[in-house]
Ligand binder design. Structure first.
Ligand code: UD1
Ligand code: CA
Length: 530
């Protein structure tokens, strides 16, 4: 899609020295390689209904920063390169399954018909896929802030300690209804107690279970079958596996998350907004550290799959969505929304909405332009105020400065499209294309009725409705000829201020220089573009 790709090399921010003005190909956090061993499986639990979202959309499909929650989780887990990705789906299983395979094409989707607990969910996976010997990571589809590095660190600690299970935990000021991490007198992990089952003393514990664990796959398969339902919620708790494995004499451990914010789950739309803000803050900080200026992080939203170039400048109120790419030195904003759009180096875009558009190097767009899918703006071209383009190619150095609609068109380089030119592309049944040659000048208020071609270097007269091709170098005039009815106001609007004014002006003129000349219409004076 990147027709106007920059010639400069792509390099990652980790490389030094950095060539000036290059596209930053990866954020610093994404350049970290994950640690050994490679997990045999990552199991993502995503069967819950998410009642508190009050939504027709399954909870894990709610988007933030350009991906669903599930998409973020699978992207992070995918960085560990597990042999197998497993998603447990229940509510909205078809949509959840489809989304899972979008991010992890080989993912196994295991259906859990009734949500009988996290232990039950994992048991369903093992019944469906068999015992998975090796490190099995379990996490949730509604914990999108959890980073690949954190997962990798958990796996690394788990393997180094030789544990049967290692729990990712966090110390938090308000432990709420999270499961509590209960340690023995020597400080070693003893068990996880759910809030509903906890004593007041246990509820006072401020170390909580994130719900993310590294397991020995073979031991997990055995232990999860032995989980009871004799608890306050009558569910199979995956958390019970910790005490079961410890009781069997295996090593169990806990790792504190360096950033407790990462384990924030999403249960309602208030938490969704909090998590979205946190994710956005993280991305913006990484981009700023990588050489992008963001004037007002609080009002700037950048999706996870956006790329930016060195010294790009993002002004307040701007949303960069989808696979948008911003070239080095480009200025975007204030108040832009760019979706799947590429902006080449040193271009500037202000107060503008773009969807699937390409903007060439040094081009200027806005304020108040709307670039719809299939719009490609050439190098150094200018798109001005209140201009809408769709499926239109604008050549290098061409200008569409004011109040125009350009649909289904090719505009040659250096052309000047006059104010309020309309490309009339739709006849009520089909869309047609208009071709404007290089260095064409269309007069203000030209209507180009497609299909039509205006040849290189041709002009159109202001106010023309062009229905036939204009040859190169010609002036196309297609409008009513002007006729002035002399003395009309005196005859038909006698006694008005206009009549008095006209008489006064005529008398002053005749006193100064004799009788006035009649007006003349010169046919070749029609083209007034600006
Ligand atoms: C669980 C943990 C708790 C931990 C908390 C962290 C258990 C018993 N408790 O509690 O210790 O502090 O997560 O958020 O594990 N799910 C399924 N199938 C089920 C049940 C749940 O797929 O049958 C999924 C849900 O969609 C959700 C995740 O597992 O993504 C957690 O389930 P939830 O019911 O929210 O667990 P909590 O009670 O919060
Ligand atoms: Ca929960």
């Amino acid at each position: 899609m990147n027709t106007f790709a920059d010639a400069s090399p792509i390099l990652s921010v980790g490389d030094t020295p950095e060539a000036p003005g290059t596209q930053i190909s990866a954020l610093p956090e994404e350049t970290c390689r994950v640690s050994e061993p490679r997990p045999v499986a990552v199991i993502v639990l995503a069967a819950g209904e998410g009642t508190r979202m009050k939504s027709r959309i399954p909870k894990v499909l709610h988007p933030l920063c350009g991906r669903s929650m599930l998409g973020h989780v699978l992207a992070a887990a995918g960085e560990l390169d597990p042999h197998r990705m497993v998603v447990v789906a229940g509510h909205g299983r078809d949509e959840v399954g489809a989304e899972a395979t979008r991010y992890a094409p080989d993912a196994a989707v295991v259906v859990q018909d009734r949500q009988a607990g996290t232990g039950h969910a994992v048991r369903m996976v093992i019944e469906a896929l068999g015992i998975m010997p090796g490190v099995v990571l379990v996490t949730y589809g509604d914990m999108p802030l959890l980073r690949a590095q954190t997962l990798a660190a958990l796996v690394g600690e788990h393997a180094a300690a030789g544990n049967a299970v290692t729990v990712l935990t966090a110390r938090v000021a308000d432990p709420g209804a999270y499961g509590r991490i209960v340690r023995d007198e020597r400080g070693a992990l003893a068990e996880i107690v759910e809030y509903a089952d906890a004593t007041p003393e246990q509820r006072a514990i401020d170390e909580i279970n994130s719900g993310c664990y590294a397991f020995d796959g073979a031991l997990l398969a055995d232990a999860v079958k032995r989980v009871a339902t004799s608890n306050a919620q009558g569910q199979e708790y995956l958390t019970d596996v910790v005490a079961i494995l410890r009781g069997d004499g295996h090593r169990v451990g806990a790792v504190l998350a360096a950033d407790p914010g990462e384990i924030q789950g999403v249960n309602d739309r208030v938490q969704l907004a909090q998590v979205r803000r946190a994710y956005n803050d993280r991305l913006l900080e990484a981009w700023m550290r990588a050489g992008v200026t963001i004037m007002d992080p609080a009002s700037t939203w950048i999706d996870a799959d956006v790329t930016l170039g060195q010294d790009a400048e993002i002004l307040p109120g701007t949303l960069l969505e989808g696979h948008t790419s911003i070239g080095p030195g480009a200025t975007i904003g204030p108040h832009c929304r760019l979706t799947d759009t590429s902006v080449a180096r040193d271009a500037s875009v202000s107060f503008t909405v773009c969807v699937q558009a390409e903007i060439g190097p040094g081009a200027t767009v806005g304020p108040y332009a709307y670039l719809r899918p299939g719009t490609r703006i050439g190098a150094g071209a200018h798109i001005g105020c209140h201009v809408e383009l769709k499926n239109a190619v604008v050549g290098a150095g061409a200008k569409v400065p004011h109040l125009s609609y350009v649909g289904d068109a090719d505009i040659g380089e250096g052309a000047n499209i006059g104010a309020a030119t309309i490309f009339s592309n739709y006849d009520g049944a089909a869309k047609h294309r208009t071709t404007i040659g290089a260095d064409v000048f269309t007069g203000s208020d030209t209507i180009l009725v497609a299909p039509v071609t205006v040849g290189d270097g041709a002009y159109t007269a202001a106010g023309s409705v062009i229905t036939e091709d204009v040859p190169p170098g010609a002036l196309g005039v297609a409008r009513g000829r002007q006729h002035n009815s002399e003395g009309w106001v005196e005859r038909r609007r006698p006694g008005t201020r206009a009549a008095a004014r006209a008489r006064q002006t005529a008398e002053a003129a005749s006193a100064a220089s004799g009788p006035p000349d009649g007006p003349a219409l010169d046919e070749d004076e029609g083209a007034q573009g600006r």
